[in-house]
Design a protein around this ligand. Structure first.
Ligand code: DGL
Length: 281
């Protein structure tokens, strides 16, 4: 299916997807900045994590989900996943050149702007950190800013956060894992940490606790969810697709895993209770 701006309207919903519940950390900023929009959230939890999939697999999942969201009438799509953005945004743009499409990338540029000592730790999935698009971004920002980026793949963290969203108590395991990934970066002297995966804002408190256990110096955490919502608003305005005058904005969720998991994530992470359906896309 193709997408043309002529076939859509401001009343159409916005589609947001991630490999699982992480994209809800972006959805909350979209709801704040664009409160009148109808939203569809697609959690590909049946295929999570994307971080250990091949680039081809992540591209195939992203194209399948985008096609589904457009079938549902989406007027814009947010790839609320760093891993899928790094792997698949090029293929998505090639397939749907007219579609307002926003991706998420680790916030190296804002981190380079706020670091005081030029040392920045980047927490993300291995697939994100080894992706060509990310490596190019790192090269560009390093050249322009002299900032040094220390990359830390957080293998296993997405799975733990998905379990936490189910209400399973994995706090100790999460703290131990964060200690393992963050302590070496602090020992290297980073003063800024980029949360380069949309799941990580949901363990921000635990990250801050880990940091405080090692240093009294202020460490800045960088998350790009708010900037992504701002970019979405700009694209909708540019295409005259922003919705207003919607007194009862709708939100619905789809998941490729159990409905309970996404329902509990909506409730536990965002205190929301939208209808959720299982799909096998
Ligand atoms: N939330 C995804 C991201 O931003 C997680 C990817 C995964 O499933 O490994 O990268």
């Amino acid at each position: 299916m193709t997408f043309t701006l002529r076939d859509t309207s401001p009343g159409a919903p916005i589609g947001v997807f991630d490999s699982g519940v992480g994209g809800l950390s972006v959805l909350r900023h979209i709801r704040t900045q664009l409160p009148q929009e109808d939203l569809i959230y697609f959690a590909d939890s049946g295929y999570a994590p994307y971080g250990d999939k091949t680039e081809q697999q992540v591209i195939a999942r992203s194209l399948a989900i985008a096609a589904y969201l457009l079938d549902q009438g989406a007027k814009a799509i947010v790839v609320a996943c760093n891993t899928a953005t790094v792997a698949a945004i090029k293929a998505l743009r090639a397939r749907y050149p007219a579609l307002p499409l926003v991706g998420v990338e680790p916030g190296l540029k804002p981190a380079a702007a706020v670091t005081r000592n030029g040392k920045v730790g980047v927490l993300a999935t291995s697939r994100t950190l080894s992706g060509e698009k990310f490596l190019l971004l790192r090269e560009q920002i390093s050249a322009a800013s002299q900032a040094q980026f220390l990359l830390q793949p957080c293998v296993g963290l997405v799975e733990l956060i998905e379990q936490c969203s189910l209400g399973q108590d994995s706090n100790d395991a999460t703290s131990m894992m964060l200690e393992r990934y963050i302590a070496p970066l602090l020992a290297e002297g980073v003063d800024t940490l980029v949360l380069g995966c949309t799941h990580y804002p949901f363990v921000q408190d635990a990250i801050e606790r880990t940091v405080r256990a090692h240093t009294a110096s202020p460490i800045t955490l960088v998350d790009t969810g708010e900037a992504v919502a701002r970019q979405l608003a700009r694209l909708l305005d540019a295409a005259s697709l922003r919705r207003d005058g919607n007194p009862a904005p709708q939100l619905r969720g789809y998941t490729t895993a159990g409905v309970d998991m996404l329902e509990q994530a909506f409730a536990g992470l965002l205190d929301l209770h939208p209808p959720v359906e299982h799909l096998s896309v």
